[in-house]
Design a protein around this ligand. Structure first.
Ligand code: M6R
Length: 528
């Protein structure tokens, strides 16, 4: 509805505001402002903000904004202008992210770096409860007392070129194809010339890391699925108990966190409101936080004790692809580091694991080279009204991720399940109208997956299997098989995910949807 669209103005039409966030006490403020004869036009919480500023306005917009900030509860990133002071734009933030891009004779505001990258690489990350007065040739930052503070100016290191499509039809396909390069880059950042894992921030915290007894992982969406893979990785390599939570659940559950717990927060953007709130909740228990994050300077990085950069470069497509594999790669390396530190892994096993990781980029390229076959399978299945994704063990989270990719891009109902759970309910869904994607690579649970495939076939499900190269047997069972290179099963999620991303991508493209900007979704969810 147009009347709910930003900017919102005060009832005199003089002060206009754009707002990202949620004002929790807006009902109370609205009642108070209505008593002063202030009429509201929209059904938004945001409209109280210009009216509140207007109430305090006595010829100085900055002073009025500070007074309003002291009354607002909730999260906000604000852009404020007044027709009385047209040469200044004021901004303020509390919990929602806000960056100021510094140009020549022009300045910019945004929530996230990619939005301003084509104009400037110099940015100020406004701190919580700060405000700034922006003129075309000047930016002054203040705290809530109105005292001027000198902000840190960051220079974005990634190139504007990285945010271009480079001949790909859309960003998503480009980002899927970037994955081999990203995993190689991560490996090169973590490994010393002598072949040892060396990360300065981890080395500096060795004493504490040696003592950890439990790992808690919080994240949302795709990053949550990376966290679930992380549980299998850490339990297998580090032999520590791991619990993974949706950040949105963790933050409200009053979780019981023992000392010597390590919290790992995973986020591509580093600005996801629930993940940030979960970190703040965990920090009340005085535990250390490692972030696995793709955006330097983001709020999450600033909240964390140790930051592990995922080096994926800007991810523009709303559907996360390269950030996911970058998160997985980072979790493998972190687990190997901790396993070594805690003496759970001898040199031989460590070397074997590193050599598996070194094979990932080449293997991913091989899968990408078969994308035409995956497109053909997509064409044959795009009319199915529902999909089921099944996986076991370390590939169970990939089943969830494959289903998420399909539903967010194609709007086809899709569910991911641990294949062993089929008999407990989901098998009732299978009939000739259901496509069932089964991750059945070589692994200790391969036979079990094969049984699940047979159960699906017996109920006339249309099975698409993801199997390891050289598996001739699978062709006796299924018409559609996508082959991935052989690798130690622990590392197979780095291969199995690629066909799942491509399948979702091609189905959405063939249906004519905008894959980079699926409906109803935002790249970073900076509000609850
Ligand atoms: O920036 P984050 O990694 O914290 O974002 C978390 C989710 O919002 C994100 O992964 C979302 O699920 C993607 N659209 C998935 O493709």
């Amino acid at each position: 509805m147009q009347k709910n669209a930003h900017p919102h103005r005060d009832c005199n039409g003089k002060i206009a505001v754009v707002h990202n966030g949620i004002i929790e006490n807006y009902q109370e403020l609205k009642k108070e402002l209505e008593k002063d004869d202030c009429g509201f036009k929209s059904q938004t919480d945001s409209e109280v903000i210009p009216n509140l500023i207007s109430k305090f306005y006595k010829g100085d917009l900055k002073k009025a904004l500070i007074k309003a900030m002291k009354r607002l509860k909730g999260s906000y990133a604000l852009g404020v202008i007044s027709s009385d002071e047209p040469e200044r734009l004021l901004v303020a933030r509390s919990d929602s992210p806000l960056i100021i891009g510094l140009g020549k004779g022009e300045n910019f505001i945004a929530s996230d770096v990619p939005a301003i990258l084509k104009h400037t690489k110099k940015v100020i990350y406004l701190e919580n409860k700060q405000l700034a007065v922006i003129k075309k040739d000047r930016v002054n930052v203040f705290d809530l007392k109105g005292k001027e503070v000198s902000p840190k100016i960051d220079t974005i290191s990634y190139d504007v070129e990285a945010a271009k499509k480079f001949g790909f039809k859309d960003f998503m396909l480009k980002e899927i194809y970037e994955q081999p390069r990203v995993v190689s880059k991560i490996l090169s950042q973590w490994m010393s010339l002598e072949g040892n894992i060396r990360v300065r921030d981890l080395d500096l915290n060795k004493d504490f890391l040696k003592e950890i007894e439990q790992i808690v992982i919080v994240a949302c969406g795709t990053a949550f699925h990376a966290g679930l893979v992380g549980k299998y990785i850490f339990e297998s390599l580090v032999r520590l108990p791991v619990w993974v939570d949706f950040a949105s659940e963790f933050r409200y559950r009053k979780p019981i966190i023992k000392k010597n717990t390590l919290l790992i927060a995973i986020s591509q953007s580093g600005e996801t409101a629930d993940t940030l709130a979960a970190v703040q909740e965990a920090k009340k228990s005085k535990i250390k936080v490692i972030s696995v994050c793709n955006v330097l300077g983001s709020s999450l990085i600033r909240e964390s004790d140790i930051n592990l950069n995922t080096y994926a470069g800007p991810e523009i497509s709303v559907a996360s692809t390269k950030a996911y594999t970058a998160q997985l790669m980072t979790l493998y390396l972190l687990a190997l580091y901790l396993a070594r530190l805690k003496q759970n892994l001898n040199e031989d096993k460590l070397k074997k694991a590193i050599s598996s990781l070194e094979k990932v980029a080449r293997g991913q390229k091989k899968i990408l080279a078969r994308s035409r076959d995956i497109k053909r399978i997509a064409r044959r299945h795009l009319h199915f009204g529902a999909f089921l994704y099944l996986g076991r063990g370390i590939n169970f989270p990939n089943a969830l991720e494959g289903a998420l990719k399909l539903k967010e891009l194609s709007y086809i109902p899709a569910e991911g399940y641990a294949a062993g759970e089929m008999k407990h309910g989901p098998i009732a869904l299978i009939d000739e109208y259901r496509a069932v994607v089964c991750i059945a690579n070589d692994s200790p649970v391969y036979d079990k997956m094969l049984s699940n495939i047979q159960e699906g076939l017996a109920r006339k499900g249309k099975i698409i299997a993801i199997a390891s190269e050289g598996n001739e047997e699978i062709k006796n069972y299924v018409k559609e098989a996508i082959f991935i290179p052989k690798i130690e099963p622990l590392f197979s999620p780095l291969f199995a995910i690629i066909p799942l991303q491509l399948l979702a991508y091609y189905i959405a493209c063939l249906k004519g949807y905008d894959v980079d900007k699926p409906r109803n979704l935002a790249k970073s969810v900076t509000v609850e």
